[in-house]
Design a protein around this ligand. Structure first.
Ligand code: SAM
Length: 397
């Protein structure tokens, strides 16, 4: 395809890369021989070797990530846009441009002035290569860093966890089709001392409104004070409970249905309640880091072949964690989300390190998926589970 629209789109892309205003580029509608290829996501990163563009190639069952220098990246993109991928969506700090290509080589180009502010990870002038600036006032105010922007004694793991979380989220957000024509709404359930709530608010900037919900009022007051003092107009905290969506509770009410819902280290079934709220609200991205998986322990019956292995308490505990979180991931898939489960930060730094990220991607309610997850539940003797109950999906035939 060599349409003028394609050439104009490539010129906009080159200009954004050169000026450092590129936020992200998403290529879709693959039109090539590789049937497993779904999308390509591109965003700027700063590496030791200088500014690069990260390419995340999304295939049906795996992602492949590659970094390229800007010139090489632009050359490769020129061969892909309108050829290997018919659609391309460019977000810069000042405009968005959408190229809709057709197999016959024609295309439509739609450019709007709606700006997507850069993820802070895109800034090229950091003294150190952290996703969030280490000298940010909120990190100091929450007691994570000292006046020199270094982790305080005993806070190095927390500092690393916050940076890792911000990095992971910036990747996830680049993948999700989030609305560009209105502010994003983010809810963090069980926000605690707010480390990760501040991190996402700092990462997204004025593009998003972020709300933390936390049951301990003293933490809510502390976080609201720090947010005010550090000039976050887009961040607030509310005292309330994480409750299932069917329970009306004005104190936990989400005013704006979230586009992104977080629940990090919310104990036991609080994770399920948060997930159910996010699903009911139609959130595009759900990110949870489950802990204290107790609910299923009493129901778990070891398949005979595992009886000897499960004499050991530690294996029972790990089995309960695995079965709980694997079932949650399957339920999310059934509810219309593509899920990833991965280690969030090395176990060397924290034991609570599993993360499940779910991106809304397909129609819910697939019967074959329901059948498979029921077989999984039956294998482990599971009859009920909180998220399944919220989704009104019986686990027994
Ligand atoms: C382990 S902390 C994690 C805090 C934060 N999300 C993080 O990862 O740094 C869990 C927080 O969730 C809060 N929490 C637990 N269950 C809750 C519920 N049902 N409703 C509201 N907050 C809850 C606790 O008070 C605590 O502050």
């Amino acid at each position: 395809m060599t349409s003028p629209q394609r050439e104009q789109f490539l010129a906009l892309l080159r200009a954004a890369v050169t000026a450092g205003t590129l936020v992200k580029l998403t290529l879709g509608k693959p039109y090539g021989p590789d049937a497993t290829l779904k999308n390509l996501f591109v965003r700027p990163v700063t590496l030791k070797a200088g500014p690069h563009l990260t390419f995340v190639w999304r295939h049906a069952t795996r992602d492949i990530t590659k970094n390229h220098q800007p010139d090489a990246a632009l050359a490769e993109l020129a061969t892909l846009i309108g050829r290997t991928f018919l659609d391309a969506h460019l977000f810069t700090t000042t405009k968005t441009a959408q190229l809709d290509g057709r197999p016959d080589g024609t295309a439509r180009l739609h450019i709007t002035g709606a700006a997507a502010p850069p993820l802070q990870s895109a800034a090229h002038n950091r003294p150190k290569e952290y996703t969030l600036p280490a000298d940010a006032p909120w990190l100091r105010a929450l007691g994570v860093t000292n006046d020199h922007g270094r982790p305080r004694e005993g806070m190095a793991d927390k500092f690393r966890q916050i940076q890792k979380f911000a990095e992971l989220l910036s990747h996830l957000i680049a993948e999700v089709a989030l609305p560009a024509d209105r502010p994003l709404h983010v809810t963090d359930m069980g926000s605690g001392k707010g480390y990760l709530t501040f991190a996402i608010a700092a990462l997204l900037g004025p593009r998003a409104t972020v709300r933390g919900i936390e049951q301990r009022p003293e933490l809510v007051d502390l976080c609201n004070r720090v947010a005010r003092e550090c000039g976050f107009a887009n961040l607030d905290f509310t005292a309330g409970q994480i409750l299932p969506p069917e329970i009306e509770n004005p104190k936990s009410k989400i005013e704006n249905p979230p586009d992104v819902l977080l629940a990090l280290h919310a104990c036991d079934t609080a994770t399920d309640d948060a997930l159910a709220q996010g699903i009911a609200a139609g959130a595009r991205l759900l990110v949870v880091s489950p802990c204290c998986q107790k609910e299923l322990r009493a129901q778990l019956t070891a398949p005979p072949v595992l009886t000897d292995a499960l004499r050991h308490g530690i294996f029972q505990e790990r089995q309960a964690e695995f079965v709980t979180d694997a079932l949650r991931a399957q339920l999310l898939e059934w509810a219309g989300y593509r899920t990833k489960a991965f280690e969030f930060i090395s176990t060397e730094h924290t034991a609570k390190n599993l993360m499940i990220a779910a991106i809304k991607s397909h129609a819910p309610g697939d019967a074959a998926r329901a059948e498979r997850l029921r077989e999984f539940a039956t294998f482990y003797g599971i009859r009920t589970q909180r998220l399944a109950a919220h989704l009104s999906l019986p686990l027994t035939p």
